[in-house]
Design a protein. Structure first.
Length: 263
């Protein structure tokens, strides 16, 4: 009888612990997504976000109803670059595994360096310095690069160097990015994804998009125009980053959030 009671007690405790573990609403959540609207930042050559009203008001039947249409390029606002974006045969948006988009958060702070150099490239040395303090980046981690630029969004001129539109504006882009040597190290670490609070994982003056190519030829997606990371710890958060599931897409609008560890 004692054995049976102990077995039942242990089972109840395990069920309670399991239920507690599944309570994802607990803890503090931080939204890292910029809202989509007419001010959203898009590449100078990309179609910007537009929203048009279909209906908003009371119907003849007496109930309230609202509906809208929207359109935009895949790559703009807070969004994901899928591997196919820069890698022939890479995964499309709908093919990126969900478990690659949810994982332990790593936040590498380069705000000081980026403040001193608008074209700063996050290097392998920066990542190694982070690891020296916080430990080796584990496989499957979602690495976020905090350059401090999110606070400038959506002021296009301040945020990306120019508010001009068209092909001629591309040469005037200035913002930090991830260097190719840093990208190579993150590939070596087998991270799940890499995000940054700028318009591109490559810096504004890039001509060869080497960082995109390095990550995406290894099926590592990039999150761009990520929101303010200042409240995130260097380690210990959980990142959930789910893009619109566009079949065959090269990217798409992204809702990215972070769950902070319980205090």
């Amino acid at each position: 009888m004692f054995f049976l009671r102990m077995t039942l007690f242990i089972a109840v405790v395990c069920l309670a612990a399991s239920a507690s573990a599944q309570n994802l609403s607990a803890g503090r959540w931080i939204d890292l997504t910029h809202p989509f609207n007419e001010k959203s930042v898009y590449w100078p050559t990309a179609k910007i976000f537009t929203k048009t009203e279909v209906f908003h008001g009371h119907t003849e039947g007496g109930w309230f109803y609202s509906a809208y249409n929207f359109s935009a390029a895949e790559h703009g606002g807070t969004h994901m670059d899928s591997p196919i974006h820069f890698a022939e045969g890479g995964r499309t948006t709908d093919q990126v595994p969900v478990n690659q988009l949810i994982g332990p958060g790593i936040v590498i702070d380069v705000t000081r360096q980026a403040a001193a150099n608008v074209d700063y490239l996050v290097s392998a040395a920066d990542i190694e310095a982070f690891e020296a303090e916080h430990g080796r980046i584990r496989a499957g981690a979602i690495v976020l690069l905090n350059t401090g630029r999110a606070k400038l969004y959506p002021d296009r001129k301040a945020y990306m160097g120019t508010d001009e539109r068209g092909a001629g504006a591309v040469a005037k882009l200035h913002f930090p990015g991830l260097g190719s040597d840093g990208a190579a190290l993150l590939v070596e670490r087998r991270v799940g994804a890499v995000g940054i609070d700028t318009p591109s994982i490559d810096y504004g003056q890039s001509k060869d998009f080497a960082t995109h190519v390095k990550l995406m030829t290894n099926n590592i997606p990039a999150f761009e125009n990520v929101g303010d990371m200042s409240a995130l710890p260097a380690t210990g958060s959980t990142i959930v980053a789910l893009p619109m599931k566009i079949e065959g897409g090269s990217g798409g609008p992204l809702r990215i959030v972070a769950r902070l560890p319980d205090r």
